[in-house]
Design a protein around this ligand. Sequence first.
Ligand code: SAM
Length: 283
Amino acid sequence: MNRNKSFENNKPLIYLIATPIGNLGEMSKRALEVLEDMDVIAAEDTRNTYSLLSHYGIKKELFSLREHNEIEASEHLLRLAKNGKKVAYVSDAGYPGISDPGYLLVKKAREEGVAVSTVSGSCAFINALVASGLPTDHFYFYGFLSKKGNEAKKALEQLVDRSETLLFYESPHQIEETIKLLFGVFGDRKCVIARELTKLNEEYISGTLSELVKIDFKTIKGEIVLVLEGQSQENVLISDEKIQEKLKFYMSLGVTEKAAIQIAVAELQVPKNRVYKLAQELK
Ligand code: SAM
């Protein structure tokens, strides 16, 4: 066990400071005060952080702590903290450690008894979730899916039975593929594309996946969070037997297996991969 008070005199402390996800106005008074008070700031991208600090007239010594040098740079920051320097870490946007570097730094700090404290700010998936209209009581944040289609599909299949609202980070280059993949794996669930949050072109596109696959994806630009409805109670309650009965019924009418699967998915609103597996079991 390790109890560690964040604010005790002369104890080494690392601040993790959340930065705006688009709108520069979302920098709190406290974040600016803490940044101003630091001796050294580690940044995911020193140029970005330099511009952010310059915007607020703050001049500080910066060094880079990014994915490629995360271990060495984290050790350097910890050494500075232990030598009595006031230090902080900021990533490019939002919270460090959320689809950004930071975790290894914090893990090492905790292991070595160095205190870690956060300065709050925006986080893209929290903004998207709370404004999506999908349930906020329980949620599951996945982050970025693999760019390899088969790996992404496997990861999604693991999430099919989760009842929580699901959250993904996505890029405009992958969004079309991902929406199609979500439709294939999850069936016709509700989904919200939340893009350019806090910026001038902020937009929420809500619909079912069968509607969203028809979007003109050229219009889906900028930064994106996908918010997907969890497995609904009705879906959970539809038993395997009921799905197989439906398949057998349509196949007995002479419909092909493929068409029977499509009909069952549409009628029962259950994920296609579940119906497909149950159709294989009938053979
Ligand atoms: N650390 C950040 C956070 O706390 O949200 C996330 C950093 S991650 C590298 C960047 C991804 O977050 C983007 O590709 C996008 O999926 C999402 N994102 C960041 N800013 C966003 C915004 N303004 N609107 C929508 N999504 C955003």
